[in-house]
Design a protein. Sequence first.
Length: 582
Amino acid sequence: MDIFDFLTMLGGLSLFLFGMSVMGEALERRAGGQLKSLLGRLTGRPVVGLLTGIGVTAAIQSSSATTVMVVGFVNSGLMTLKQAIYVIMGANMGTTVTAWVLSLAGVSGGNVWVRLLKPSSFTPVLALAGILLYMSGKGDKKRDTGTILLGFATLMFGMETMSGAVAGLGELPGFQRLFIAFENPVLGVLAGAALTAAIQSSSASVGILQALAVTGQVSYAAAIPIIMGQNIGTCATAMLSSVGANGHAKRAAMVHLLFNVIGSAVWLVVFCLLRWLLRPAFLEGPASLLGIAVAHSVFNVLCALLLLPLAGVLEALVNKLVPEGGDPEDREELDPRLMAAPSVALERCREVAAEMARTAGAALEDALTVLTAPDPELSKAIRKREKRTDHYEDILGTYLVRLSASPISAEDNAQAAKLLKMIGDFERIGDHAVNLLESAEAMKEKALTLTGAAQTELRVLTKAVREILKLALEAFLKDDPDRAARVEPLEEVVDQLKEKMRSRHVRRMQRGECSLEIGFVWSDILTDLERVADHCSNIAGCVMEMAHNDLNLHQALRRLRHDEGSFQRLFEEFQEKYVLEG
């Protein structure tokens, strides 16, 4: 092996790692909906968690990415530690798929069907299909599919190049001695752990081992301990992701480490005993690409079988090792680690936005109550909820902007834009709740009272505002365009009520029934209630625009108005429902 072979090997390794990275990222984007579906069905049942871990990791081809997501889920309170244990076990099994695919490079034979299984035969076809989809595909899904195929073709081409370049290493005495040394189980485990920790991918590490196996110098006695070490090395990614996180995230990362360390230690002892007592001949023979894939799968399945019944013991051990972090308030609402799966991160944003909507709605409901029945406890709750909506707007706005800058699909990008629009409306509803509270406090402090007629009118308007708030929030929370369509006609009725009530109050002041001072407070109350209806209209518009895949709010509202029959019917229905007496 000369310098040119070495450079070829480096080039092949670079293409291999690049192809794996590109393919993994595209798979994450393409499998976004499936990820949400899989993770949404999580329960405490071991088999469900195990299958979820296998499915997610097989979909994105990275146990490290799955584990980092799990750390984020536990950190955000989306997953319990017990659930995380099962998913992590499944992730280790799901990552073995890559080794089986790479083992196709070792297929040999003259039969045409056998030759078609060789990567050198089908990779060019996949590359051609990938570039056609990537260059001609108009939708993100087609382009992502093309990227997956291109990434896979690059990965396999890099594997072939690397394998061809290292073939001559088998003749070098130093290389032979190196892998004879790795037959020492401890050295083999350390080598596998170090390589995997360096490149942060057990799949890539196994692929490199398979490429070196073509030299004929990698025996099963050396390969099996290296595979065990690779499982330990892959924990580095999760451990690094837990730095600076709360105790919940540290526990999840520790579960991953303990699972792999305990599994490797137990089966390494069994391996050493079997080798010493039985001395099986196959261990001294050269490992094949397929043999390495089999060993990788068998080892991970054995680890899961060993520790699956001991999940409770593992959880208790982790709780002792990482005792802090038990306070639920310590959790992060939006964990940056979730961005490893943008679709899942966006779903989490929607959940937080839903909590923000409920908080803002509760604040306004309390404020409407305080207008007619002052209550110190409700006043404190309103201000607390308004501060909470401010907090939600800050974290959601920052997170959604970062998420929008990441490689996400057009559909997810549109959803992120919708949420960015609506969180501003939710925050303003919280502000108007405080404004109404301050108006109520001003009336109490200055001993101002509304006339009986004004109180009756206010009850009509607040009832209408309560309904429009309920319609808008339910339209958002249930993603229901039918409810959203009822908001705009009611908003028109609220506008009419406000103008009528303002005019009536002016006439009352002219007759001397009300003071100028109460008139200012009355004007503030009407303005706040009318603006709440405006924000509800904006929220409903966002729901409708997404139903029509249109990000133009004014276009969505114009479309509703053009449906004259439906709009007019609803408008008249609300007019009859909310009538001012006199």
